[in-house]
Design a protein around this ligand. Sequence first.
Ligand SMILES: Cc1ncc(COP(=O)(O)O)c(C=O)c1O
Length: 444
Amino acid sequence: MERKTIYLCLAHMSEDGLEQKYVKEAFDTNWVVPLGPNVNAFEEELRKFVTGNTESEILSQSRWPEAWESAWHLKESLKNKQVVALSAGTAAVHLALIASGVKAGDEVCVQSFTFCASSHPITYIGATPVFIDSERDTWNMDPELLEKAILDRKAKTGKYPKAIIPVALYGMPYNCDRIMEIANKYDIPVIEDAAEGFGSKYKGQVLGTFGKFGVLSFNGNKMITTSGGGALICDDAESKNNVMWYATQARDAYPYYQHTAIGYNYRMSNVCAGIGRGQMSVAQAHINHHKHVHALYKELFKDVQGIELKEAPSADYDSNYWLCTITIDPKLKIKGQENAYKEVIKTAVGGAAGVIHAVDDPTTDCQPNENVEALRVFMLEKKVEARPVWKPMHKQPVYANAPAYVNGVSESIFKVGMCLPAGPYVTDDDVRYIVDCIKEAIEK
Ligand SMILES: Cc1ncc(COP(=O)(O)O)c(C=O)c1O
C-alpha cells in the first residue's frame, strides 16, 4: 500500500461529528453570521478551559504555605477573565495592541523567534517592533534582554515600550514569572501570544491568562481548529466589551451608523464557531496526543547521535508540544547535502496556501545549514513534511530597520532546527517511520 504524506499538523475532527452537528444547527436556525449561539457557547467553553482547575494544580506545584496565598490571588484574577472569538489569531494580536493603547510612533517589545503574525500587527498600527532574542532553555523571550531593551529604549527615545509580546514557540511556555515581574516593574501590559500554546501551562496555570491579553489561534494547523479563527483572552467583561466593539467596526449607540474610532471586521462567524464547539470535545485528547508523540520521539531519538529533541527545561514548563522540534549537529552529514540550495523553488512553499512569490536566488544571508535543508528534501521524498523552525524576525529583510536586542540564540537555533510532524493524525507507526527515515538519511 502506498504511504500517505505525513503532514506537520492537520485539522482533525471529533469521532462523533459534533462539529457538523453545530454547523448544521447554524444553518437550520439561519445564524449564518459573525455572531450567534455557537459564538457565545464557544467563548464560554474556551473561558472554562483556560481558567479551569488551576487552583488545585497550583497548590500541587507550590510549596506550603505560600501556595495558599498565590492560589487565592490567582483564583481571584482568573474569575473575571473573558474570551472573545475572532476571525484569526492575527486579528487577536492586532486588537490586543489597540486595546493596550498602542498608537502610531510607539514601540512594542516582541519575541524575535516567532511566526510573523506576532509582530506584523504592530506595524499595522504604525508602531515599531523592538525584537527581543531568546533564552536557550525555552527558545522564548529572554527576560534579561527584555529588561535591557526596556531601559535602553527609555534612554534612547524618552519613552517606555507600550506592550510586551512573549510567544509560546511550538507550545513551550515562556518564563512567565520573570516576564510578568519585569512588565509589572515598568507597568507595561503583556500580550501573551499563545497561538501555538493552546492548553500549555506554566506552574499549573494555562498560558494566555498571565498577561493583560492572551492570543489563541484556531487555524487549520493548530491544536484545535475552526478552519480559520482565533480568540483573545481579556482581563474582564469591560475589556471584552471594548475588544468586541473594535472587532465589529466600533459603532456608537445610535440608530444610525456613528463612529468615534476606527474599527475592524474581526468577529468569528457562527459557522466557524460551530466547528470550534465540536473541537472543544477533543481539545484535551489532542494535547495528550501531541505529548505522547513527543515522548515517543524522545525514546526513539535516544541513541541517534547528532540529533537532539527539544524538551521543556523543568516540570514548571508544561508544553503542549504542538510541533516536535529537533536540532541537528552541524557536523552530521546528510545524504544529498552537496545539492542543498542549488535550485530556486518554483512551487508554493509550505503554509503559503498555494501562493507563489518567485525569487531569483536560492539562498539568503541567513538560512538553515545545508544538512538541515538536505534532511528536509530527503524527508519530503519519504513523504514526510519537515520544516525549518521560524526564521527570527530580526533577520527578516522587511524588518531590517527595526531595533533588535540579540544574543545570537535564535539565529543559531534557526540554522540547526527542524520541525517534525506531531498532530492527531500522526500514529506511533508514523513516528517510528519518521525516525527510521532520519537514521537512513544520516551518512555513515
Ligand atoms: C506564534 C503565532 N502567532 C500568531 C499566529 C496567528 O494566528 P492566525 O493564523 O490564526 O492568524 C500564529 C499562527 O498562525 C502563530 O504561530
